[in-house]
Write a protein that binds this ligand. Structure first.
Ligand code: MG
Length: 382
């Protein structure tokens, strides 16, 4: 049996989707997953990603990744893999474009601060988690369709958006979160989108860190896959200028990870001997993945980025101001509310803050607390 026949029966099929929360007639000329992708692309939350931080705050430079360009890069990498693995490209694209919709302003610093604030006010609250918020946006918070709140996406898209979830939170989310209680896997498309996210951010953060002058390429070359690609580039183009050498090495590192992911996943799927998407869901572990050699390299790259970039004093300085801004906005809204401990009110405040773009949050803070925080100088110049 050919690779195509073996693998295509394991992909998500739009016509056998588990359906939408509210029944709708099917769309003329589009599959369910194409329609999901289109609804995500037309949402307000998607457009806000343009002004939300990936690592560098919006004002730091025009060439750094934002959540929007990050999501597009994830989608491009995942679609390339999906085509090679005979998976559903439309579902893959929908998942990648929506995976970060729930992010707060100021990246992980914003999420960390908002989560801490929520738990401070209500210790039994589930706090704030951007994956759950992404689902909340597509299920409830987008208000543009006449017949329902949210985007009324297909089960498979909603299931894939929810990448992580505590057991406690899962109990309130129904079927879409069942695997976090009973165990099991999401679709192969969701598994792929998850790893494409990692491939994208590890490499574009590396690229942005080098551009900002926080990282040094010679240090990156201690990671074996980076050194392998540098050796190839240096042999092919011995006189290449510094910036082109850097870009060639990074793009080849991405290709090496993509190739490894595709070949390892094909091998995993063949060895698992599965016959349907239900077999994928109940299999003992995820099937889309890297070889052990590449996993080790990914860990080294992550550790390098963590130590040299995410914990860099300039980034940390910006992070701590961002956290202070989110905390100040949160407690101002709490104090202005007469229903301090009402759980619903708390969630509305979290929704409001999470929806803000970086510049909206910064300008509201400036209005409410003039001169209270001083943003550090931008870390990089482009
Ligand atoms: Mg992401």
């Amino acid at each position: 049996m050919s690779t195509k026949l073996n693998l295509s029966i394991l992909s998500a099929n739009s016509s056998s989707s588990k359906g939408r929360r509210f029944e709708e007639p099917s769309s003329e000329g589009r599959t369910n997953f194409q329609r999901d992708r289109d609804r995500i692309l037309h949402s307000s939350a998607f457009r806000r990603l343009m002004h939300k931080t990936q690592v560098f705050i919006n004002h730091e430079g025009d060439l750094f990744r934002t959540r929007l360009t990050h999501s597009l890069e994830v989608s491009q990498i995942a679609r390339t893999c999906a085509r090679r693995l005979y998976l559903n490209e439309d579902l893959t694209e929908a998942l990648c474009l929506s995976h970060d919709l729930g992010h707060t302003p100021f990246g992980h610093a914003g999420q960390f601060a908002l989560n801490r604030c929520m738990k401070k006010i209500d210790s039994i609250s589930n706090g704030f988690e951007h994956n759950i918020q992404s689902l909340r946006i597509v299920d409830l918070l987008e208000r543009k369709y006449a017949k329902f709140d949210g985007l009324n996406l297909s089960f498979e898209t909603r299931e894939g958006i929810l990448k992580r979830c505590s057991k406690n939170a899962a109990k309130k989310l129904g079927d879409v979160a069942k695997r976090f209680i009973d165990g099991g896997n999401p679709s192969l498309e969701a598994q792929l989108a998850n790893l494409a996210d990692e491939v994208a951010y590890n490499h574009h953060d590396l690229d942005d860190g080098l551009r900002a002058g926080l990282l040094c390429l010679d240090d990156v070359l201690h990671i074996p896959t980076a050194m392998e690609q540098a050796t190839i580039v240096d042999e092919l183009y011995p006189d290449i200028e510094k910036n082109r050498r850097q870009s060639e090495i990074i793009r080849r590192m991405i290709s090496a990870q993509v190739d490894d992911l595709v070949l390892t996943s094909i091998s995993n799927l063949h060895n698992a001997n599965l016959y349907s998407i239900e077999d994928v869901r109940t299999f003992s572990k995820p099937l889309v993945g890297f070889s052990s050699y590449m996993k080790e390299n990914v860990s080294k790259l992550k550790k390098f980025l963590h130590d040299q970039m995410y914990k860099h004093p300039s980034v940390m300085e910006m992070t701590s101001v961002a956290e202070e801004v989110i905390e100040n906005l949160f407690f101002k809204m709490i104090n202005d509310s007469k229903e301090h401990y009402d759980v619903k009110r708390l969630r509305v405040i979290a929704d409001t803050i999470a929806a803000m773009t970086d510049r909206h949050a910064a300008s509201l803070h400036e209005k409410w607390f003039p001169k209270k925080v001083i943003w550090p100088s931008p870390v990089g110049f482009v």
